[in-house]
Design a protein around this ligand. Structure first.
Ligand code: NAI
Length: 713
């Protein structure tokens, strides 16, 4: 590839090269790292098209990308800015209309606008590294440069709809099977592959083949209409808050109903509707928040340590999940348990998930066997002598953790990273119990650890910078979103959770039902409400945590006993068949339980509370004000580096609706002053709990938002 760009060196800021090879114009997009379609590329493509149209020597055009990709999509640096012409849609139309055959030779990414360009060419060839996707939906958009019309013409309506609604990626092979590309090539160099294809077309006298004219796969039958109707129906259940999936269905359906140009005009109008929507702004925020988490102070000074072999202490819920995440990332994993029986249980959990992944077609039998070869269990810490990193996931008990860390201190080689998956415990204390606190770090996974994308990287005052950087790199290998957190009770996520969960408990005590609260939060966009989540993860966890906090809880703080009364009956949730809800016969969805409501009533009477009604709106105001207020405190004291890190934690670890961007983005959307006013209003009942964080009050006084802080940090 470097050769092809060297032969047509785009220089002096020219990021699109055009080189005449005999009678074929090779147009090379060279805008590292992914050849994004920023303004200079669009202008360059327009110039190359001018040349292709004007010069009679040009008999065919080959379009390729320099470096590792074809075209990775829109330029994210231009998000939110007014777009300058030429638009991608205009370039696509010109490519399609060219009276000389155009071949797109794709290697690496052809995503978003890149795919729309590729399908506007007359013919497509893909190398083995090529992959295709229309990820616009993930940013609250739809393909707006003809993709909703041209892709269905190549692959049919159902497959096109699937691509656009999921944003999933297709391999070269899948793209070929669907009809998105005409041929696959063994050639690694797209330039050579494209030239060969173009010469063949010229030799056989094959002319342009505009995609807009290919209507053979636009089959308008009952099946297709049913697919569209089912998609709409599913979206009202799963994504009812999102605009872009619904409009994608409308746009794709237009391929059946409208002439091409009218359908394009509709696509444009729907695209603009998406662009102006608040879901779009939330999704874009979430996208940038996720990228910003990698900006950590240690990045400047630390070089990552090498990680090949890992130890995991504990084979329970978390240990097994962490082992799987490490195996998926390519590490060799040794799991240490207390005794042979527990070790066998841990190994069985790992084996069970791998087998299920094979059954679902997510893993091949060979990949499973290879992972199993990299996995072993032991009861002997001496087997960790060569480990590069060890992650502890034993019981949440300081004495047990300290005993484990002294054993690790003795067993592990110098330079090995010693990590804890503790949810709440003081990492400074754990680190101080070893002779090497600089190597100790918190790696807080979320259950199930091999699936949930969030990883809180908890840094103590003594953690070495290279240990932090290594943790971030490991997170990348595990495909996780790492967020740096400081030491405090519960780090970023659980610390804030504890506060808004208290707000929910107060709501119940004062008159709301847990079912109303769950339903209000589902309406807000959460997949589950807090009490459903508690039933899923186990009421015993929260109960144990509240008992841990008994010793330090200020007696003046309001304390609601309802959750304790439920847990004391052994009603832990799904695993015990009842919790806040009942789960008859192992049901996954719970049904409201009148006995729970009776307990709630009893506790209200005991506390002398006359219950009152809460609207869903007030429930949300209280829940979110408590969340935002504590989040502001976590930002103010440096537990979180910046507000958008809190957003990333809540979107990836706590089910906060991604289309709202996160709690801090939500606060900016309604206005920090609104949150402050809510806190002040609620403080009239309970000034201790609803005390506004000074940072929030300061932002309001300065007329600033949390997002201003994102740009300073
Ligand atoms: P668990 O009770 O399922 O598993 C703990 C395992 O550790 C058991 O299999 C036990 O046999 C083993 N173990 C205990 N002492 C040991 C020792 N000295 N040496 C070797 N193995 C030992 O607990 P779970 O839920 O996996 O939690 C583990 C840790 O992860 C806790 O610190 C917890 O706070 C944290 N965590 C839990 C989450 C959850 O959702 N369950 C989420 C994030 C963190």
């Amino acid at each position: 590839m470097t050769q092809s760009s060297a032969s047509a060196p785009p220089s002096d800021g020219i990021v699109v090269g055009a080189e005449l090879v005999d009678d074929v114009l090779v147009v090379t997009v060279d805008n590292p790292p992914v050849n994004a379609l920023g303004y200079p590329v669009r202008a360059g493509l327009a110039r190359a098209l001018d040349r292709a149209e004007a010069e009679s020597e040009v008999r065919a055009v080959v379009l390729i990308g320099a470096g590792r990709h074809f075209i990775g999509g829109a330029d994210i640096k231009e998000f939110g800015l007014p777009r300058e012409r030429p638009f991608v849609s205009e370039l696509c139309a010109r490519l399609e209309e060219l009276d000389k055959p155009v071949v797109a030779a794709v290697h690496g990414a052809a995503l978003g606008g890149g795919l729309e360009v590729a399908v506007s060419a007359h013919y497509r060839v893909a190398t083995a590294t090529a992959f295709f996707g229309l990820p616009e939906v993930q940013l609250g958009l739809l393909p707006g440069s003809g993709g909703t019309q041209r892709v269905p013409r190549l692959v049919g309506v159902p497959a096109a709809l699937d691509l656009m609604l999921t944003g999933r990626r297709l391999s070269a092979q899948e793209a070929f099977e669907l009809g998105l590309v005409d041929r696959l090539t063994d050639e690694v160099d797209p330039r050579a592959a494209g030239l060969a294809y173009a010469r063949e077309l010229l030799a056989s006298g094959t002319g342009p083949r505009p995609t807009r004219e290919l209507t053979g796969r636009l089959i308008d039958d009952a099946d297709t209409r049913r697919t569209l109707a089912e998609a709409r129906e599913r979206l009202t259940r799963t994504d009812r808050h999102l605009l872009s999936p619904r409009l994608i269905v409308d746009a794709v359906e237009a391929a059946l109903d409208l002439p091409f140009d009218q359908a394009l005009a509709l696509e444009r109008a729907l695209f603009q509707q998406c662009e102006q929507s608040s879901q779009r702004s939330g999704l874009v925020h979430a996208f940038f928040a996720e990228r910003a988490t990698a900006r950590i102070p240690e990045a400047a000074t630390g070089t990552p340590r090498q990680l090949e072999t890992a130890g995991v202490i504990g084979g329970g819920t978390m240990g097994a999940g962490i082992a799987l995440a490490l195996l998926n990332a390519g590490l060799t994993v040794t799991m240490v348990e207390r005794d042979a029986e527990s070790a066998a249980r841990g190994a069985a959990k790992v084996a069970q998930v791998l087998a299920a992944q094979v059954a679902k077609g997510r893993l091949s039998a060979a990949e499973r066997a290879e992972r199993e070869r990299r996995f072993s269990t032991t009861t002997d810490y001496a087997d960790l002598a060569r480990a590069d990193i060890v992650i502890e996931a034993v019981f949440e008990d300081m004495a047990v953790k300290k005993a484990v860390f002294s054993a690790l201190d003795r067993a592990c080689r110098p330079g090995a990273i010693l990590a804890s998956n503790t949810s709440y415990l003081d990492l400074d204390e754990i680190a101080a119990s070893t002779s090497r606190p600089g190597d100790v770090i918190g790696l807080h996974f979320f259950a199930p650890a091999h699936i949930m994308r969030l990883l809180e990287v908890v840094v103590t005052d003594r953690t070495e910078p290279d240990v932090v950087v290594t943790a971030f790199e490991l997170a990348g290998r595990m495909n996780k979103v790492a967020v740096r957190a400081g030491v405090c009770d519960g780090f970023i996520g659980n610390r804030i959770l504890n506060v808004y969960r208290r707000a929910a408990d107060y709501l119940i005590a004062d008159g709301a039902s847990p079912y109303q609260i769950d339903s209000a939060l589902r309406d807000f966009g959460y997949p589950m409400g807090p009490f459903e989540v508690s039933d899923l993860s186990g009421g015993d966890i929260g109960y144990a945590n509240r008992r841990r906090l008994d010793a330090t809880r200020d007696p003046q703080d309001r304390y609601v006993h309802i959750a304790d009364r439920i847990a004391e009956r052994g009603w832990y949730g799904q695993k015990t068949g009842r919790g806040w809800y009942r789960y008859p016969d192992g049901a996954r969805r719970g049904t409201p339980d009148p006995e729970v409501l009776a307990i709630v009533d009893q506790e209200r009477r005991r506390a002398g509370i006359t219950p009152r009604d809460f609207s869903d709106e007030e429930i949300l105001r209280r829940y979110l004000a408590a969340m935002v207020n504590e989040a502001a405190a976590a930002v103010a004291d440096g537990t979180a580096l910046r507000p958008s890190d809190v957003d990333a934690v809540f979107v990836h670890g706590f089910g906060f609706p991604r289309f709202r961007g996160g709690p801090m983005k939500y606060a900016d959307t309604v206005g920090p002053a609104t949150i402050l006013a809510d806190l002040q209003e609620f403080a009239r009942e309970d000034p201790r709990f609803w005390k506004p964080t000074p940072l929030l009050a300061q932002l309001v006084a300065d007329g600033r938002t949390f997002d201003h802080l994102n740009h300073e940090r």
